[in-house]
Design a protein around this ligand. Structure first.
Ligand SMILES: [Zn+2]
Length: 268
């Protein structure tokens, strides 16, 4: 396993310098990885105690975080989308192997990921939120919205061209997402798009107190579906389904890959 020894920034691209990526002259290699992996590596670097959640002893792939024998990396495809996603991740979520926000990044590499901070949003996040060329909209269920006038309808977004919007998805447990939504002053000026009535989650990785709550990947897939990117939505659902199935197999110590779901992805 490689170890990140330092992080440098060049033209806003973070570059991780890894001690085990050395050539024959002993020179360090640099690798460029996407926003989610920036967060993941930073969280690993900054974590003072080892991750000891259930399943922490499993040897995992360093890319998909599934059990090594159930790795799905070879089936990953990258796709183009006109939808702009920004995933705001709760710090508890970043190191969780079950996180599904990373599945959005897997298929749509232009997706931005930032760590949530209640009071101190980073400069790069604020630059994204204050970019004049794009309008941020937060995805959140309307039944928990105390200011109904903040709600924006998907038809309104469609009429204004959804490519000009930045869909902010709050990535955390349902409790964390509510806290992120309610306590972040810098998010309070943005309109809210509610997707709660569109799709019932079949997500089985973590239970929620409400069966209509969607996983992070499902939220993005629903947005794609809503704005006419049916093929991308289907591929993200399938990628989520494959990840979900293999994650559950790993938990049950079943070392068999799901050929049915793999063939669905390969024939797309
Ligand atoms: Zn993998």
């Amino acid at each position: 396993m490689f170890k990140v020894v330092s992080v440098k920034s060049y033209n806003k691209i973070k570059i991780f310098i890894c001690n085990s990526f050395k050539n024959q002259f002993g020179k360090q290699f640099v690798i460029k990885i996407n926003d989610y992996f920036h967060l993941y590596k930073e969280a690993k670097l900054n974590s003072t105690k080892p991750f000891k959640a259930r399943g922490s002893k499993i040897t995992r792939c360093h890319r998909c975080f599934l059990k090594d024998s159930l790795c799905i990396c070879e089936y990953r495809k990258t796709l183009e989308t006109n939808a702009n996603f920004l995933i705001l991740m709760h710090s508890n979520e970043i190191l969780k192997p079950s996180n599904t926000g990373k599945l959005i990044v897997d298929l749509f590499p232009k997706t931005k990921c930032f760590k949530w901070d209640r009071k101190k949003p980073g400069t790069e996040l604020l630059n994204e939120l204050n970019n004049d060329k794009i309008r941020p909209v937060i995805i959140f269920p309307n039944q928990y919205l105390s200011e109904p006038n903040r709600e924006i309808d998907s038809s309104e977004i469609q009429s204004l061209n959804y490519e000009k919007f930045l869909f902010i998805i709050l990535d955390g447990s349902w409790y964390e997402a509510r806290k992120m939504f309610r306590s972040s002053e810098y998010l309070k000026k943005f309109p809210v798009l509610s997707l709660n009535s569109i799709h019932i989650s079949e997500y089985r990785l973590r239970s929620s107190d409400n069966k209509t709550h969607l996983s992070t990947a499902e939220v993005a897939a629903n947005i794609l579906k809503e704005f006419g990117e049916g093929s991308n939505a289907k591929k993200l659902f399938q990628w989520f389904e494959l990840f979900n199935s293999h994650y559950m197999n790993g938990k049950k110590n079943i070392d068999t890959k799901n050929d049915h779901l793999i063939s669905k992805i390969l024939t797309n």
